[in-house]
Unconditional design. Structure first.
Ligand code: BGC
Length: 357
């Protein structure tokens, strides 16, 4: 390895149609983990892990140029907000007012709307936090943007530590009450992006309940236990066997098993593994739930950065977030940020059986 200290390098990544310049940041933990992130949509474009045998694998789907990200794609690696997932019927009611939203996934509102955080150019700073170089992206979402109330100041920071963890921290403040649930929409394939589907990889989720949807994936406002059902991932399961047992083969919003005194604590949520290489990724989060998405929308028509088509189930999203159904049904969790409060969440993707001290 040429680098002995963690670093972040920045370089130009092309221009948006309005002329603004995007940048690409390469984070390196100096022991075999590196990550490329652009300030357009906060997209993680690559996440390279050095496996125990010294070979390198890029475990996230995506493109190597801005142009492809400006075209249609299913949120590869993006920050999603203001609310990740579907708001049923594309509207909500808060503090005596109705808020209509774009039904960009009719009849629902999906991933913050057509001009969501994934389509914004974020301000970028390289800072040092706890001695680790950190990429800090900031964005001011103005009152009324995509139909949501309040001027919302959001910061998302990314760092790689020597424990081989990608740490994503979300921070926000608002001047009016607003629903808020931010996530990252990376599609993971531990055998390498473009290597085919994830059927031979395994998944475990520490969850007893899911949010019920209909076949349009509209959240119906209730929970159901997973025990005895096809969406019970409490034991490690081969994805090729598990996916056909999921509604629409899609994946559900799982509530993370968490005791009351563990509120806001970073807990292990899911473990994904590739038995062929031994690489294991543990997802930890302070959020209440994780939306599993098996990349049903991919059909081979998008070609990834290594020139290979992304086929159905070419990756797996583990979107740590609040349940968006909480906008209508408070029993599904907390999702409203109010003035004077601080939104403060962390999600960690930790790699083991990889090269690192
Ligand atoms: C949703 C899917 C959707 C995908 C891409 C996921 O978070 O659960 O239903 O197709 O994002 O938009």
């Amino acid at each position: 390895m040429s680098n002995t200290t963690a670093s972040i390098h920045r370089r130009p990544f092309g221009n948006l149609p309005d002329g603004r310049a995007a940048e690409l940041f390469t984070l390196n933990n100096a022991c075999g983990l590196s990550c490329d992130i652009t300030n357009y949509g906060g997209i993680i474009t690559a996440l390279r892990v050095t496996r125990a045998d010294g070979s390198e694998v890029d475990v996230v789907l995506g493109f190597d140029n801005l142009q492809d990200y400006l075209g249609p794609h299913p949120y590869f690696g993006t920050i999603v907000g203001r609310v990740a997932g579907r708001i049923s019927d594309a509207k909500f009611h808060l503090e005596g007012r109705d808020y209509p939203l774009a039904a960009n996934d009719a009849p629902n509102h999906l991933h913050g709307g057509p001009g969501g955080f994934d389509k914004q150019l974020w301000d970028a700073d390289v800072v040092e936090k706890d001695g680790i170089p950190t990429l800090q992206l900031s964005y001011l979402s103005r009152d009324g943007e995509e139909g949501y109330p309040g001027n919302l100041r959001v910061k998302v920071s990314y760092s790689l530590n020597r424990k081989n963890e990608l740490v994503i921290h979300y921070d926000a403040e608002t001047d009016k009450a607003t629903p808020l649930s931010l996530t990252n929409h990376s599609y993971f394939n531990l055998a390498g992006e473009g290597s085919g589907d994830v059927n031979d990889q395994w998944l475990q989720i520490f969850s007893d309940e899911i949010a019920i949807t209909d076949t349009a994936m509209t959240l119906l406002g209730t929970k159901a236990p997973v025990a005895g059902n096809g969406n019970d991932f409490n034991k490690l399961r081969r994805l090729g066997d598990a996916i056909p047992q999921l509604l629409n083969h899609h994946g559900d919003n799982h509530f993370i098993r968490r005791q009351a005194h563990e509120k806001g604590k970073l807990l292990a949520t899911a473990v994904m593994s590739d038995p062929a290489s031994g690489l294991v990724m543990t997802t930890l989060t302070t959020q209440d739930s994780v939306q599993i998405f098996t990349a049903t929308v991919l059909d081979g028509s998008l070609t990834g950065k290594s020139g290979k088509p992304y086929i159905k189930h070419a990756g797996m999203c583990l979107e740590c977030q609040a349940c968006p159904g909480a906008v209508h049904t408070p029993e599904l969790g907390e999702i409203i940020l109010r003035p004077g409060e601080r939104y403060d969440h962390t999600t960690v993707y930790a790699f083991s059986n990889a090269l690192c001290p």
